[in-house]
Write a protein that binds this ligand. Structure first.
Ligand code: CA
Ligand code: CA
Length: 73
């Protein structure tokens, strides 16, 4: 039982850290701080750039925070 709790806590911490990294990455890529990542801004990150069309689920040519969060999770 104790082991299960420890594992759960560890997983939660990992999740929180990952979410933080995701938000930080978004802010880092959004260089003009309009709350969206354009294709030009995405070019700064090889992974985001390669996956742009997949991440941009509504195909408006911008990645918003919700789309980015979905990609991270
Ligand atoms: Ca931007
Ligand atoms: Ca979009």
């Amino acid at each position: 039982m104790k082991k299960v709790i420890i594992t759960s806590v560890f997983m939660l911490i990992t999740l929180v850290c990952f979410a933080q990294t995701c938000a930080e990455k978004f802010v880092e890529l959004d260089t003009n701080q309009d709350g969206l990542i354009s294709r030009t801004e995405a070019n700064a990150d090889a992974i985001v750039s390669n996956w742009f069309d997949i991440i941009d689920t509504d195909a408006d040519d911008y990645i918003n925070l919700a789309e980015f969060a979905n990609f991270c999770s």
